[in-house]
Design a protein around this ligand. Sequence first.
Ligand SMILES: [Zn+2]
Length: 90
Amino acid sequence: MDICFPKQQIAIFLDGCFWHGCEQHRSTPKNNQAWWIKKIQDNRNRDTNTSAHLANAGWIVLRFWEHETVDAVVERIKNEVTSRRRIKTG
Ligand SMILES: [Zn+2]
């Protein structure tokens, strides 16, 4: 994971548009197209598995695309950390 808040159990991933197959910016190199499609699909499957694994362990998983604005990312992280903190401290 890219950033984590161990106390609040929040895991944050910043996914690259190319490597993780973003819907808006996905592109497949012309050479070895089948290999790239599989490669990116494998990455996506691994992302899904990792998220599921962490969620099962009680973590909140936040995933962001590299094309998202910093403001939007920070805002969502802040909201999650705040609400999680509220739950934890009861
Ligand atoms: Zn993108």
